[in-house]
Design a protein around this ligand. Structure first.
Ligand SMILES: Cc1cc2nc3c(=O)[nH]c(=O)nc-3n(C[C@H](O)[C@H](O)[C@H](O)COP(=O)(O)O)c2cc1C
Length: 326
């Protein structure tokens, strides 16, 4: 990685081969999310990504969902890094290391970071509560990152949550992080596989327009997440118990296509809408972080990587000059 910027894995397929490759080719590191693909298809996605970039990239698994066969594919393919979230990844560390693969684990608390270090992971993502998507903890990035950095040194730490521009990268480096993970910022790129209406919503959102909730729990229960506060969310927020009382018989609000297979989308489904989703997009899970407030326009992913890295370098240089000036 030439610049310390990682494109977050965003499921089910929002961080696909095109976004991963664009970020890697610009000097960052992309992490593919393709967990709903059957193993053969995941292998094809990895191989396709390799036709778009010759640089290293990672593959992510949310441990709540089936993952053993996919992890095995990644080990056989000797990808650069396996990234895990929402569970215990320790049993994969030895086989991954034996294949020369690094392990990245995302956590939301100091305790979880210490456990990950003790298990032998190579890098820890410290995810603050500002983050978009599923949120593991309750602490802000500003506090969590230095706490974890102090506790797990010399293990590599990446900051995630609320970082959307050069200032965020510079700040994270000052907090002791080795780099940053940005999810929400990379959603507003032509390369991200998010639905066009979702991207448009993101561009008009401010930092106040997200909600930390368990509303979209259909398929992934008891898992807090941060999503855009749409009309649908406003209607149901603080009525989550009522919202979840119907369970498996929730009405259909649309369809999507994942890896060529059509899938129904039920109300309160945890799936954010990809490009191929149809139906009531506004009522789907528009996962996004508070960094939505920092996003003004769609930008190619490579430009985001370059401007964020160059801007942070300039800021740090200027700050250090102003410190040494009389
Ligand atoms: C739409 C969306 C989907 C996400 N899906 C995943 C996922 O599948 N696996 C994962 O480890 N993290 C996932 N995350 C969380 C990110 O890894 C990361 O913590 C987060 O994006 C950082 O906060 P930010 O959105 O403010 O940049 C997702 C985030 C978003 C916004």
């Amino acid at each position: 990685m030439a610049v310390p910027i990682v494109a977050a894995p965003m499921g089910p397929d929002l961080t696909g081969p095109e976004l991963v490759a664009a970020v890697c080719n610009a000097g960052g590191f992309g992490i593919l999310q393709a967990q709903l693909c059957p193993p053969d298809s995941l292998r094809q996605q990895i191989q396709y990504t390799r036709t778009l970039t010759s640089r290293p990239f990672g593959v992510n698994f949310v441990l709540h969902f089936p993952h053993d066969a996919g992890v095995q594919v990644c080990i056989e393919e000797r990808i650069s890094a396996l990234s895990f979230f929402w569970g215990d990844a320790s049993r994969f560390i030895q086989p991954a290391h034996a294949a020369g693969i690094k392990i990245i684990h995302q956590v939301g608390s100091l305790d979880a970071a210490v456990r990950a270090k003790q298990a032998g992971v190579d890098a820890i993502i410290a995810q603050g509560v500002e983050a978009g998507g599923h949120v593991a903890g309750q602490v802000s990035t500003m506090v969590l990152v230095p706490r974890i950095v102090d506790a797990v040194a010399p293990t590599l730490v990446l900051a995630a949550g609320g970082i959307g521009d050069a200032r965020g990268l510079a700040a994270a480096l000052c907090l002791g992080a080795d780099g940053v993970v940005m999810g929400t910022r990379f959603l507003a790129t032509p390369e991200a596989n998010a639905h066009a209406a979702y991207k448009a919503r993101l561009l008009s959102a401010t930092e106040e327009d997200t909600e930390y909730t368990v509303l979209f729990s259909n398929g992934w229960p008891d898992a807090p997440h941060r999503a855009l506060r749409t009309r649908f969310v406003n209607e149901w927020i603080r009525r989550e118990d009522e919202a979840h009382s119907i369970g498996a018989d929730e009405p259909l609000i649309g369809h999507t296509i994942i890896d060529g297979a059509e899938m129904p989308v039920q109300r309160f489904a945890s799936l954010p809408p990809n490009r191929d989703a149809t139906g009531d997009i506004e009522s789907m899970s528009l996962l996004a972080g508070q960094s939505a407030g920092l996003i003004r326009e769609m930008r190619p992913a490579a430009e985001i990587v370059r401007e964020t890295a160059q801007g942070a370098e300039r800021l740090i240089r200027e700050l250090s000059r102003s410190f040494t000036r009389e």
